[in-house]
Design a protein around this ligand. Structure first.
Ligand code: SRM
Ligand code: SF4
Length: 597
């Protein structure tokens, strides 16, 4: 009995001492670092206790009276794209368990039929809204246990999976969603899909539980022995995030990702994809008062030809698997490996696993980020419509019935829906003769197409936060519209009406709306209080810096007024607010802007 209970621990210790890893071409290269007995932490033990990641999820799903999962299963369901939450507004009257489900939608591309299925599932099994995330996918909130099975089945029937949308694995892969920004757009989207597919975990537990509707039928010793070809038995030390971008537009916040691919076009033929500059070690989460944690912009490691993108992604992820800190979850992201050991050391580790050398990085620069709004012609001659979605929440709200409007338009005109990493949405592949009718349908539901919102709102983003996020310290999504109203008023007062600015808010320092890359970042500190960060660059190539701590929500505008007034008066020609704040407001420090070359 005792041996059984401790079996995962012994397996772990033995695997630490003996495990030898292969490079992606199958050659033996290198051993895991042995770890001390004390070092094994709960999350690692849980993964090792069932490397199929099934836990007892299937058994709990078969119990209608169970309203939640066990503590261990709570970790396992994350790998299935599910978070166990409770409605924090209702805590005083007792915990009400609800679930958040996150889909895996590579590059944010959603065919019309899938969108319609998502829309219906949101009404039937969730809280009647669809939430576009900062990583180009959808979340369903407020699902109760009895709705979880039908929602998951419905998603899989719509041919979308939620596996690896959360957990210590590769997450949703980002790619530029806008069809017209570059002739490389389709090639890069295809590479993003290849990378996403190659990094998927291979366990059958997901399919058994959510598609076939029962637990994975394997004996305990078979479960223990399961080993994923890439992830092994312990998966990654922490989450892993990949993004693609096409310079000069950084619409996926490349530098905030563990692994970034910056597309390089052939100078003689802009429609030919030569390859990618490879960036490693970006990441944003930190903890207040813990200086060992920090947001970090990625380093450029070198260039690879396009046909090596999958091998490179595998090699980087395996190097992270082997060298990420498994003893401390707060130090476990790839960015700390790069910060501690340096890009040259890490490049060598990647090259060893890939079996080839990275070439010197090619010269590129990122000059801007953000989405396109309104109607634009695609490179294939058709049209797309960029729609601003406040805080990414697709819902019917008073006279602006965005959810109904989109449902109707997608049902009738079947455009492809594309999600952006700024929580907005594009309706793509629209014929010229359909545009007027689409405008009309949207207008009938209070959704305008021209000048959708004031410029100051267009590049804004807020994380979900309360009431569903268990880690929230302050409100974000629910108060952000109010802050934007005030900011819009301030811009009008200062005569800055048409200026664009990147404003982002989160309810805690984890950074889910990437506030550390924004020109104005607000990071929840305590109820009603936010740290004010300034200085993100227009191309989103550096992290910003803290300007004031614990600013009360009602004082934010007063803090910003003199700074924005100075910006209006003192800026250099074409200087963005972030660049101005970095140069003239914040104390001087060495320039942290990173070039993508
Ligand atoms: Fe996040 C945890 C929501 C993008 C850094 N994030 C969470 C959880 C799951 C809270 C939890 O662990 O219980 C939040 C669920 C709230 C809810 O009720 O929906 C949550 N994160 C989100 C989303 C939905 C924010 C949004 O409003 O769009 C984004 C979903 C992305 C997706 O589709 O996969 C989201 N999270 C991000 C990003 C931005 C990005 O990836 O580009 C970051 C910063 C980048 C990074 O990873 O470094 C981010 N989330 C975190 C962290 C901090 C990780 C760290 O290294 O310290 C946590 C906490 C954790 O993992 O323990 C976290
Ligand atoms: Fe929750 Fe914090 Fe992420 Fe906001 S930033 S969703 S509060 S974990």
């Amino acid at each position: 009995m005792k041996l059984c209970r401790h079996l995962p621990f012994y397996v772990y210790q033995i695997s630490n001492l003996l495990l030898t890893v292969c490079n992606v071409n199958g050659q033996l290269t290198h051993s895991h670092r042995p770890m001390s007995t004390e070092a094994i932490i709960k999350e690692e033990q849980i993964k090792l206790s069932d490397p199929t990641l099934g836990g007892t999820i299937g058994e709990t799903m078969a119990l209608p009276e169970a309203d939640r999962f066990s503590a261990d299963d709570e970790k396992f369901i994350k790998f299935h794209g599910i978070y166990q939450q409770d409605d924090r507004d209702l805590r005083k009257t007792g915990k009400k368990y609800i679930f958040m489900i996150r889909a895996r939608i590579t590059g944010g591309i959603v065919p019309a039929e899938q969108y319609l299925a998502f829309d219906e599932l949101a009404d039937r099994h969730a809280n009647g809204t669809l939430r576009i995330t900062s990583r180009q996918t959808f979340q369903w909130h407020g699902v109760v246990k009895s709705g979880l099975g039908p929602l998951m089945k419905g998603l899989n029937e719509a041919l979308v999976s939620t596996i690896a949308a959360c957990g210590d694995v590769n997450r949703n892969v980002l790619a530029p969603p806008t069809p017209s920004t570059s002739p490389l757009a389709d090639l890069v989207q295809a590479d993003a899909r290849r990378v996403s597919d190659a990094l998927l975990p291979q366990t059958q537990a997901y399919h058994e539980i959510w598609v076939n509707g029962g637990p994975l039928k394997l004996a305990p010793e078979q479960k223990l022995a399961f080993e994923d070809p890439l992830y092994g038995r312990r998966y990654l030390p922490r989450k892993f995030k990949v993004a693609f971008a096409i310079p000069p537009l950084n619409d996926t916040d490349l530098f905030a990702n563990c692994l970034g691919f910056a597309a390089i076009a052939d100078p003689a033929n802009p429609a030919r994809l030569l390859g990618y500059n490879v960036l490693c070690g970006g990441g944003l989460g930190m903890s207040h008062g813990n200086e060992a944690t920090f947001p970090r912009a990625a380093d450029v490691l070198g260039f690879i030809p396009a046909d090596r993108v999958v091998e490179t992604a595998k090699a980087v992820m395996i190097a992270f698997r082997d060298h990420g800190d498994r003893t401390n979850r707060k130090h476990a992201r790839l960015k700390y490996v790069l910060a501690d050991r340096g890009p040259d050391w890490f490049r060598a580790e990647v090259e060893q696993r890939a079996g080839f050398r990275l070439e010197p990085a090619r010269p590129v620069t990122f000059t801007r980020q953000g989405d396109l709004f309104g109607w634009h012609r695609q490179s294939d001659g058709r049209w797309f419509l960029g729609l601003y979605v406040e805080t990414g929440r697709i819902k019917d709200d008073g006279t602006r019935r965005l959810k109904s409007a989109l449902g109707e338009v997608v049902r009738e005109f079947r455009p492809e829906v594309r999600l952006t990493t700024s929580q907005n949405l594009l309706l793509a592949g629209v014929r010229d003769d359909q545009r007027a009718a689409i405008n009309q349908r949207l207008a009938a539901h209070g959704v305008v197409v021209d000048r959708q919102v004031a410029a100051v709102r267009l590049n804004s983003m807020a994380c979900v936060s309360l009431p569903t996020c268990g880690l929230a310290l302050a409100e974000s999504e629910r108060v952000f519209p109010q802050l934007l109203d005030r900011l819009e008023g301030l811009f009008a007062e200062l005569g800055l009406g048409d200026e664009e600015i990147i404003v982002r808010m989160t309810g805690c320092p984890n950074g889910c709306a990437r506030p550390y890359m924004a020109e104005i970042g607000l990071v929840g500190r305590a109820p009603g209080k936010y740290n004010l960060h300034l200085g993100g660059g227009p191309g989103s190539t550096r992290v910003n810096r803290i300007f004031r701590e614990s600013v009360k929500f009602d004082d934010i505008i007063a803090e910003l007024r003199p700074l924005l007034a100075r910006w209006k008066q003192e800026r250099l020609p074409g200087e963005s607010f972030g660049a101005f704040a970095d140069r003239a407001v914040l104390p001087p420090v060495p320039d942290t802007t990173k070039s993508a070359a």
